[in-house]
Design a protein around this ligand. Structure first.
Ligand code: C2E
Ligand code: CA
Ligand code: CA
Ligand code: CA
Length: 275
């Protein structure tokens, strides 16, 4: 048989080549995005499960590229993290969100996602306190959503940062609870103020015994540790009734509202006097 030596010499194919070229292009577009004003924030309601009263909004980043169109965060956040650009983008998100929250008719909380590299950035605490000072947002209104991936890097350092944030009055939520490698150990070590049950467990929780068991156990855990639990990704009434019956504290999802643009949010505030 004929040998194909080049395959052994170079572990590389056209597909990989295209993929890495696409990624380089994506990263170079991302680098321009802040300067070109291509980012926008979307806001999604978080409600109290008993009264259904709105208590806050999660901030979700949106990217509108002139030729790519709307790029989904799950496509560009990983590239932003890999390239380190997430530090600059994350600060833009935090700053914009804090100023925006000051224009709301009531002191709703604002929940901002924080990427792994942001938390361990030496200047992170200073940036956060500058932004609070400049925007005048009371720290109690700010909540940072942190995933387990954000704290695997340097646990001791992360723990110091989190304690300092708490001293400042800022809340910290554990995002995507249950999807990491050691959610329980993480919960024990770090001072979380809220647990967010991942959407994958909430979807069809009323139909799936396994998910129901996991959600119930998480709610018991939250109650025992006195940490409020929010269920994310609530889409239908049956999911809501299940969560309410099981004494979940807070809910978020399409059932209550899709993430909204700033303009839509302000229209909603004007239309609904209770907001
Ligand atoms: P996440 O933090 O878990 O955010 C919740 C995601 O679920 C959002 O997707 C939201 O639009 C979506 N969602 C909310 N309710 C429902 C529902 O009822 N059903 C379904 N199917 N989906 C729902 P999105 O906006 O596409 O964001 C995806 C992920 O990208 C976020 O997941 C977060 O990890 C990341 N992300 C978004 N914005 C930022 C940001 O500003 N900074 C960082 N570091 N990450 C961000
Ligand atoms: Ca989140
Ligand atoms: Ca999630
Ligand atoms: Ca997530």
């Amino acid at each position: 048989a004929k040998m194909e030596p080049e395959r052994h010499i170079c572990p590389y194919n056209a597909d990989m080549d295209r993929q890495s070229r696409d990624k380089i292009l994506l990263i170079s577009d991302l680098r321009q995005a802040i300067a070109n004003d291509e980012f926008e924030l979307a806001y999604q309601l978080q409600n109290d499960i008993q009264s259904l009263a709105p208590i806050g909004f999660e901030v979700l980043l949106r990217w509108n590229h002139p030729t790519r169109g709307r790029v989904s965060p799950s496509d560009f956040i990983p590239a932003a993290e890999e390239s380190g650009l997430i530090r600059e983008i994350g600060l833009w998100v935090l700053r914009t969100a804090c100023f925006e929250a000051m224009t709301w008719p009531r002191p709703y909380k604002i929940a901002v996602n924080v990427a792994p590299q942001q938390l361990v950035q030496p200047s992170f605490l200073e940036h956060v306190s500058d932004i609070l000072f400049e925007s005048r947002l009371p720290p109690e209104r700010l909540e940072l959503e942190v995933t387990e991936a954000s704290i695997i890097d340097d646990q001791a350092h992360t723990l110091r940062v989190m304690h300092r944030l708490k001293e400042m009055g800022i809340g910290i939520a554990m995002d995507d609870f249950g999807t990491g490698y050691s959610s329980l150990a993480t919960l024990q070590t770090f001072p979380f103020d809220k647990i967010k049950i991942d959407r994958s467990f909430v979807q069809n929780v009323h139909l799936d015994d396994q998910r129901a068991a996991i959600v119930r156990a998480t709610l018991l855990l939250g109650a025992a540790l006195k940490i409020p639990v929010l269920a994310e990704g609530v889409e239908v009434e049956d999911e809501l009734s299940f969560l309410r019956r099981e004494r979940c504290d807070l809910v978020q999802g399409f059932y209550f509202g899709r993430p909204m643009s700033r303009d839509d949010l302000h229209r909603l505030f004007e239309r609904d006097a209770r907001l």
